[in-house]
Design a binder for this molecule. Structure first.
Ligand SMILES: Cc1ncc(COP(=O)(O)O)c(C=O)c1O
Length: 373
């Protein structure tokens, strides 16, 4: 049984009070808190519209549908993501096709978009993985070249910025998840689409609410996929602390960096730069002896995980959809899957937890060195 957990959603008395108040005084569905949460999140992200939905998967699906993805259309994304990224392309009617990653940032390598063979993509879905933002200006150049809209998967990167602009504000739309492990949570499942495009906003709003134009008139085939009022009330309170929590994650990351910098056959996550400000949804290291390290940490009471052990182009569920070229030619993603390890990082981690985990990792390396000697 691990003593230091990998992630830990924050739930304070203020959040519980807000949830109870919303339950007692508002409509359960599309109550006032939903609209207030959307307004506050739009302001935080610097976009015109935010439409909350019931999950990050629905956010991606609806954004892709609003972007015009139709039957069989190729949707270009990365194979090292949670399966929902590619599921959403299929739910929208498209087909996921894959572009390999930059091995140092684990995000879409823009130089490979042009080199990619096969049918042209109708939409590009870069994933700001582990809280590290993609190179959006370069991806935008490529997207413009092939005339494909960008739908950002920002499920792991609430508040991360590129050149001072928040992720989710670059593409035609940005998609967020509030699943309990994320940087911003809502006491259950939840998600949101951000956009500056009023037509996209309007379509997503209808898709989440049964295709409604009014109570009993529906002009598109929609879904029941709204964010619950109680969840929105919790999200409203959480949003006020998001920057402070992200700052705490950054300070833990700095502490990990300092402690782990000199280990052999070991790589740290990409650092912030003058342009990229990550939010460390996860602190992901890379180790040649990854599995030994994972076992050693488990024995020391530290929960870790691999995000993700099976790349999407190797998932059994996608066997019928993955193009033959993609099935073989994604070497950076395959190499990462074999060596990455996610360490605990979240606002309520204590300073001495990071010191303890750092010491446990160093000890694992000393043991490995003893075995070799
Ligand atoms: C990168 C990424 N995309 C999409 C999703 C889907 O979000 P949800 O679980 O809210 O459907 C998640 C998280 O779960 C994710 O991490």
């Amino acid at each position: 049984m691990s003593e230091i957990r990998l992630a830990n959603p924050v739930l304070t008395k203020e959040m519980k009070d807000a949830a109870l108040r919303a339950m007692e005084t508002e409509k359960f569905v599309l109550g006032e808190s939903v609209y207030r949460f959307e307004e506050d999140l739009a302001q935080y992200l610097g976009v015109d519209h935010v439409i909350s939905v019931s999950s990050g998967t629905h956010a991606l699906q609806f954004a892709l549908m609003a972007a015009g993805v139709t039957r069989g259309a190729p949707v270009l994304t990365v194979p090292n993501s949670f399966i929902a990224t590619a599921n959403a392309a299929l739910h929208a009617g498209g087909t996921p096709v894959f572009c390999d990653i930059d091995p140092t940032t684990y995000t879409m390598d823009p130089t490979l978009i042009e080199a990619r063979r096969g049918p042209p993509a109708v939409a590009i879905v870069p994933v700001h993985l582990f809280g590290y933002p993609c190179d959006m200006p370069r991806i935008a150049e490529e997207a413009q070249r092939i005339s494909a809209p960008i739908i950002e998967d920002a499920a792991q990167a609430h508040g991360a910025t590129v050149d001072g602009t928040k992720v989710g504000a670059f593409g035609l739309a940005g998609c967020f998840s509030f699943y309990p492990s994320k940087n911003l949570t809502v006491g259950g499942d939840g998600g949101a689409v951000s956009t500056n495009d009023p037509k996209v906003a309007d379509t997503v709003r209808k898709l989440r609410d049964c295709g409604r134009t009014s109570q009993y008139e529906h002009d598109i085939i929609g879904y029941t996929a709204r964010l619950n009022t109680v969840s929105a009330a919790i999200g409203l309170v959480q949003l006020r602390s998001l920057d402070e929590w992200n700052e705490r994650r950054r300070s833990f990351a700095l502490e990990y960096d300092t402690r782990l910098r000199d280990l052999p056959d070991f790589a740290l996550p990409p650092s912030p730069t003058s342009r990229m400000n990550p939010v460390y949804h996860l602190y992901v290291v890379r180790a040649v002896l990854r599995d030994k390290l994972k076992h050693h940490l488990a024995a020391a009471g530290v929960e870790t995980a691999i995000h993700y052990p099976i790349p999407l182009h190797r998932q059994p569920a996608f066997a019928a959809y993955v193009l033959p070229a993609d099935a073989q030619a994604l070497p950076e993603t395959d190499a990462a899957a074999a060596s990455i390890l996610s360490l605990p990082i979240y606002p309520e981690l204590r300073d001495h937890d990071v010191a303890y985990i750092g010491d446990a990792i160093a000890q694992s390396f000393e043991r490995a060195a003893d075995v070799v000697a």
